[in-house]
Design a protein around this ligand. Structure first.
Ligand SMILES: Cc1cc2nc3c(=O)[nH]c(=O)nc-3n(C[C@H](O)[C@H](O)[C@H](O)COP(=O)(O)O)c2cc1C
Length: 356
């Protein structure tokens, strides 16, 4: 029997298999509101057989959007629109999850298909915020607003409010986005956090904002539901955030009620050399965190074949596998992978005749 297609339980939530759809921005919202595209996109991936469907990075406040087209959840009306998608995902037998995020100094950009550069206020952009006044670099040159301690507390509260709203409309899995150079990770990294207050300097100070967001979100999110954190396990540069830092962070997150780490990497520096062409290139980090911290992990990153995904779970490298770009091209990847591994996937009855 396939390990990939065996159930996985965290708290009260059981996934029908260990395949998740990685959170992927669709840049198709209007003032943060989910629209038809989101319904069709997430709905078809739930019908495609995944155990977990994670809604893309959803901003906890308007300034936290990467682009003006990002999803948001800063009002109950935003949550209600997302809740319809969550209900449909559940009806297909998948677990609806949502990633909450804040883009920090990488906010206020054009969507990738318009070049991704940072937008001026006149172009509909806004001033990004961050740990300090250092821009991301590359094409992102806007000088961020340095958050005060009071503003950090406001954003922490916005994460908690967003978590509460997500639970109220039927999401069963919460992921906090603390990777890819967005706000929470930019505070953690010694390369991008030069603050002199209690949020900068030592390791403990740099992770303080994330720890506070975890505590506030865990309090706002039901006890019986799982909470995950996406981390960038390494920045891929000497002197930057390292796997050892991630292990130290994970040891602190676990007792605070974080149930799983979604192990990504990079994104905090524009020019880091990332070997993303290698299949499963981030899986060794997931494996290490799982082994050394004894915490459930999701592996992600260039996992595109059923055999690789099966091997990752069967050999104990990860508890879950998240499929990103491949699932954009193939919404029914999980059903096909199950068949390839010898299973008898349950196609939706409407599509039963697709299984030739
Ligand atoms: C179009 C697109 C949008 C993405 N948006 C997000 C996002 O919202 N949150 C996130 O954590 N990662 C995001 N990612 C990264 C993916 O979740 C995933 O980690 C990455 O693509 C590597 O997995 P893959 O090789 O299977 O695509 C995005 C990737 C793509 C291609």
């Amino acid at each position: 029997m396939s390990h990939l297609f065996s159930p996985f339980k965290l708290r009260s939530v059981e996934l029908r298999n260990r395949v998740g759809i990685s959170p992927m921005c669709q840049y198709s919202a209007v003032e943060g509101m989910a629209k038809g595209w989101h319904f069709a996109h997430y709905g078809s991936r739930a019908a495609g057989g995944a155990g977990l469907v994670l809604i893309e990075a959803t901003a906890v406040e308007p300034r936290g959007r990467i682009t003006p087209l990002d999803l948001g959840i800063w009002t109950d009306a935003h949550a209600a629109a997302l809740g319809k998608i969550a209900a449909f995902i559940s009806a297909q037998g998948a677990v609806p999850g949502i990633q909450l995020g804040h883009a920090g100094r990488k906010a206020s950009c054009a969507p990738p298909w318009d070049g991704g550069r940072q937008l001026s206020d006149a172009e509909g952009g806004w001033r990004p915020v961050g740990p300090g006044r250092v821009p991301f670099g590359g094409g992102l040159s806007r000088v961020p607003w340095e958050l005060s301690e009071a503003e950090i507390a406001d954003i922490t509260a916005a994460f908690a409010a967003a978590a509460r709203r997500a639970a109220a409309v039927g999401f069963k899995w919460l992921e906090l986005h603390a990777a890819h150079g967005y706000l929470l990770q930019s505070f953690c990294s010694p390369l991008t956090n030069q603050r002199a207050d209690t949020y900068g300097g030592t390791f403990k100070n740099r992770i303080r904002f994330l720890m506070e967001v975890v505590r506030a979100s865990r309090e706002a999110w039901p006890d019986e539901l799982p909470l995950a954190v996406r981390v960038s396990a390494t920045e891929w540069v000497d002197g930057g955030w390292s796997v050892e830092d991630s292990i130290a962070l994970a040891r602190r997150l676990k007792p605070k009620g974080v149930d799983l780490l979604d192990v990504s990497s990079g994104g905090n520096l524009p020019d880091a050399p990332i070997p993303s062409h290698n299949p499963g290139y981030q899986t060794p980090f997931a494996e290490r965190l799982r082994r050394e911290v004894e915490i459930p992990v999701a592996a992600v990153g260039n996992i595109t074949t059923a055999t690789l995904a099966e091997d990752i779970v069967a050999s104990g490298k990860a508890d879950l596998v998240l499929i990103g770009r491949k699932s954009l091209a193939e919404p029914y990847w999980p059903l096909k992978a199950s068949a390839e591994l010898g299973g008898s996937p349950a196609w939706p009855p409407q599509y039963a005749r697709a299984a030739l």
